[in-house]
Every structure is written in structure tokens, then in C-alpha cells.
Write a protein that binds this ligand. Structure first.
Ligand SMILES: Cc1ncc(COP(=O)(O)O)c(C=O)c1O
Length: 382
């Protein structure tokens, strides 16, 4: 029998992990916050990275294998044909994304986002000295095309250069944007001259519907996509990502060659192994996450029906509406204090996240169950 990937208990994971997820909070707090998995590693990745270390292959990367593996994975998985010359290795998704923001906007210029959206978008826009402009998702957590049209019109009215950060699929809601939505987004963005930078890091884990790469839709050729193996294969510590520039992107979207200096050789070796030989591991972990999506639904319906939950169509992140509990803007603080369970505060994903929390499903069913027990306990204490 094949063993589980998402297994184990809190004591076991705490003894095996030295990173931020298990180290940030005190030991009595159960951590289901940052987007990392409590997962047994993907064996082909372990073998490839260990072999590289053993032979001392720890110099600067050449990058060709990495680019070829990204191109092959996109073709096999999404029938997405990428011209290798349009692929640039970068340190990681957020470094690539912020460099692209610097290229296509000016200091102080507008960068539009659709909250609730990946919390680091806000910090990295701030770090680049640009300004965040919200065009929130609608009540069903889908792109609000009318709001995007109006917002793009407003931010470009004075002649400023603008970018839109698409999160596809969307962290924290798990929304899988449809081809029709993306095509409509491309039309609106192109009409207003806004450059779409698509963060597609979560694309390999989809439970319902199908991922569509933004630059593959009609009109999307003027945008740019960012891909990485780091979320789906749990390799965040092994830095490496790629940008894929659309076929009709403006010249100002081309990253300087020097950016490739940042991508780690071991990170690239890990990603090549994941994209090439990690499909079986990915299928298994996706099935385990899928089961956890259902488990969380059952537990909440039974023990905490006040919480609103729609199983995420993609990713391993669940977006929970805690507003009916009456705990104000930051229920994550109440859960941490009373229940000793750390979920991500909804507010960190933008104003639209008031009263919400993000729950990380990439852990064992036992830990999911314990987390809900701690949440229930939080409702009993005051
Ligand atoms: C949507 C999204 N983009 C980017 C990242 C971070 O990627 P990287 O570590 O490659 O910068 C994350 C991490 O959780 C994420 O959820």
C-alpha cells in the first residue's frame, strides 16, 4: 500500500521542521497559516537535489534544462505551447513579479489588484514604491469585470502607466478564473493599456474546472505569466521561478538578463525533477487535499455551522467567512488567543477579507480535525 503524503501529528511535524510555518508561533499553537504543506517530499526531487549535492554540482545554473522542463510541463499539462525564448528564470515568483512591476509602471504609479488576494502582493507593491488600487472580486469571488473596466479607466485617465496583478487561480479564495473571464479581462486591459502580470503559481492544483494560462487566451499575448513548482510540490525553500512573456508583449516587459542570476541552481534542479517526474506525487497530494476539502466541509457543517465555507476549486487554501461569529475584523486573532490555532487573518488579503480567515488544508486529516476542535473551543471561551 502506498503511504500517505499529508500525514502525521503536530509533535512529529514540529520535530521535523525548522522553517517559518512550525517555528513562528509558540509550540502550543497549531499552525495552519502560511502556504506550505505538511507533506512527505516528492521522491524524484529528493533524489535529484541529493545527487547534485553529492557530486558538488552547486555552482551557478545554466538554466536551459529548467526552461525546457517548464515548457514541457506547460505543454503536457495545459496544452500550452510556449516559445522557450520567451521564458526567463527568476529568483522566485515575488521577485520576478516585483521586477516586472518596476518595468511596466513608474514610481508612485498604480498597480491594480482584486482583493481578497495574496497578501504579499500588497507588501511587494509597497516595496517597489508603487500604489495599490483595489478592484475587488464580486460576492461570488469572481473577477468583477465592470469594476475592473472602471478602475483601469480611472487609473490611466491621467496618462499614467498601470499594471494589474492577476492571481490565477486565486489565493485565498481558490477561484479558478475561466477562459471567458480571462479573455474579457484581456480585452479590458488592452483597451486601457494596462499590463496584466499573471501569478500562476497555484495552477497545478485544481479540483474543479480547468486552469487557463492568461497569456494563452486571445488578447492575453500582451501580458506576462509567472510559474513555479514551489507551491504545488512544496519547494518554497528551493527558490526558482520563470516568467513567460506573451507573444505580443511590449518591449518594456523584457527582463534584463541579469535577473537570471537570482535563480538558485538547486531550486532549478528541484523544479526540473518536479515538473518532469513529479506527476504521480502531485496527483496523490491533490487527491489528499481534495479529501481534506470535504472533511473540512463536514466538520464545519456539523460543529461550526456559523462559518461560511465553499470548498476551494483550486489550491490547498480554504477561505472561511467567520462574520456570523461576531468576532469583528480579525477572527484569526480570537482563534489564536482562545483556541491556540493559527490561521491567516483575512484582513491581510485586503479590506474584502474583514471577518474572514484562511485555513491551510495541506496537512493530515488528524490536524484538520484538531484545528476545527480548537476553533469550536474558541466559540465556548470568552
Ligand atoms: C499566489 C502566490 N504567489 C506567490 C507566492 C510566493 O511565491 P515565491 O515563494 O516563489 O515568491 C505565493 C506563496 O504562497 C502565493 O500564494
Amino acid at each position: 500500500m502506498t503511504s500517505r503524503i499529508l500525514d502525521g501529528d503536530a509533535a512529529g511535524w514540529r520535530s521535523k521542521r525548522t522553517g517559518v510555518k512550525w517555528g513562528h508561533h509558540p509550540p502550543d499553537v497549531l499552525p495552519l497559516w502560511v502556504a506550505e504543506m505538511d507533506a512527505a517530499p516528492c521522491e524524484p526531487v529528493v533524489e535529484a537535489v541529493s545527487a547534485a549535492l553529492r557530486r558538488g554540482d552547486t555552482g551557478y545554473p545554466l538554466g536551459h534544462d529548467f526552461v525546457d522542463a517548464a515548457v514541457a510541463y506547460a505543454a503536457q499539462t495545459w496544452s500550452w505551447t510556449i516559445e522557450p525564448s520567451r521564458v526567463t528564470p527568476v529568483t522566485d515568483v515575488m521577485v520576478g513579479l516585483s521586477e516586472l512591476v518596476r518595468l511596466v509602471t513608474d514610481p508612485g504609479g498604480p498597480v491594480v489588484v482584486s482583493p481578497p488576494v495574496y497578501n504579499a502582493f500588497f507588501d511587494f507593491i509597497d516595496m517597489t514604491g508603487r500604489r495599490v488600487v483595489d478592484a475587488a472580486l464580486d460576492a461570488e469571488h469572481r473577477l468583477d469585470l465592470a469594476v475592473l473596466d472602471r478602475t483601469f479607466g480611472e487609473v490611466t485617465a491621467g496618462g499614467e502607466r498601470a499594471a494589474y496583478l492577476l492571481c490565477n487561480p486565486q489565493n485565498p479564495t481558490g477561484t479558478v478564473h475561466t477562459a471567458a473571464e480571462l479573455e474579457a479581462l484581456a480585452e479590458i486591459a488592452n483597451r486601457h493599456g494596462v499590463v496584466v502580470i499573471a501569478d500562476e503559481i497555484h495552477a497545478p492544483i485544481v479540483h474543479e474546472g480547468a486552469f487557463t494560462p492568461f497569456v494563452s487566451v486571445p488578447g492575453g499575448e500582451r501580458g506576462v505569466s509567472l510559474m513555479s513548482a514551489s507551491k504545488a510540490w512544496n519547494l518554497a525553500g528551493l527558490k526558482a521561478a520563470v516568467t513567460v512573456t506573451g507573444a505580443e508583449a511590449r518591449d518594456d516587459l523584457t527582463l534584463h538578463e541579469v535577473h537570471t542570476h537570482g535563480a538558485s541552481h538547486l531550486g532549478q534542479i528541484a523544479a526540473v525533477a518536479a515538473w518532469t517526474d513529479g506527476r504521480e506525487w502531485l496527483a496523490r497530494v491533490t487527491a489528499e487535499i481534495d479529501a481534506n476539502r470535504a472533511l473540512l466541509g463536514r466538520l464545519l457543517a456539523q460543529d461550526l455551522p456559523q462559518i461560511g465555507y465553499a470548498a476551494p476549486a483550486a489550491t490547498y487554501l480554504a477561505w472561511l467567512d467567520c462574520r456570523a461569529l461576531g468576532w469583528g475584523d480579525d477572527p484569526a486573532a480570537v482563534l489564536r488567543e482562545r483556541g491556540r490555532v493559527a490561521l491567516s487573518p483575512g484582513l491581510s488579503f485586503g479590506d474584502a477579507g474583514r471577518g474572514f480567515v484562511r485555513f491551510n488544508l495541506a496537512t493530515s486529516p488528524g490536524i484538520v480535525t484538531e484545528a476545527v476542535e480548537r476553533m469550536v473551543r474558541s466559540t465556548r471561551e470568552s
